[in-house]
Design a protein around this ligand. Sequence first.
Ligand code: SF4
Length: 328
Amino acid sequence: MKNNSVTCLLCPRHCTVPEGGRGDCGVRQNRDGKYYTLVWGNPCALGTDPIEKKPLYHVIPGGKAFSIATAGCNMRCKFCQNWNISQAKPEETRNFDLPPGQVVKYAAKYNCEAIAFTYNEPTVFYEYMYDTAKLAKAKKLKPVVVSNGFMNGDPMTELCKVVSAVKIDLKAFTEEFYKKMTGGSLQPVLDTLTLLKKLGMWFEIVNLIIPTANDEPAEIKAMCRWIKKELGPDVPLHFSAFHPMYKLRNVPRTPNKTMFAAYDIARAEGLHYVYVGNVRPVGHRAEKTYCPKCGKVVIDRRGYLVTQINVKDGKCAFCGQPIKGVWK
Ligand code: SF4
């Protein structure tokens, strides 16, 4: 652009960055008119997690995901659980030197079937994610993306060619919430969801319910209606309970009553796979996957533990109804 500035087309922020400057995510820098990522091969968090923790309930149940994150984010959520890395610059975190080949090796070493790009927003480390996913797929691992969905359509379309599943946070169903609580906006996230549907990508949605902020039954109902109409009834919807965090420590935990009321709304609206997470005690009715035809439990869980799988070749073992997901 003019005067050696660059405009980043990766996410809807479309930052125009002067020479020497960085984009809003803090991890992409303009050096002499060229735009560089500052986090390729330099994760600041590594871990192995049950894939249920992402949460992805219809992707290799009981599988393990080698998880990586870098510094940076393109949103500013007041309730962020990982704010210490997501709101940091790469020079403020302790980083590892881990190029894609090493990530894949670690995944094999720790018996992981999947590699997850998670904890912070992977959009901001897109190039590192893309290169790792491509290599992982060639090695028959499943790359999965855990995202806020605030990414432009073209990069998302390219990314979908090399990943196996995506989890999107639909943080609320109003622009007002997005503006006030996240610094982002709703419409681009909805656009991402409809794009994923169009591309035939497997994806699941998480909605974090925060008392007084996005817990109105009418809003939850409108969101479920939109999901069913635009994405279909087979997209899993996970309601997750809020607990006080970061800049939202004055708001109490989400009561179980609110969580199960949301579950009942979603089921009544015709969504087939609805879940409630982050509530105690575990082992409740909203952790299980029910066959939409015969109603039997096809996957049983207790927290992150999968205790029973009755899905055979992508179908209910009792009645043969297809159960959507990535099972192999
Ligand atoms: S990815 Fe970062 S630099 Fe690019 S538009 Fe988004 S916030 Fe700006």
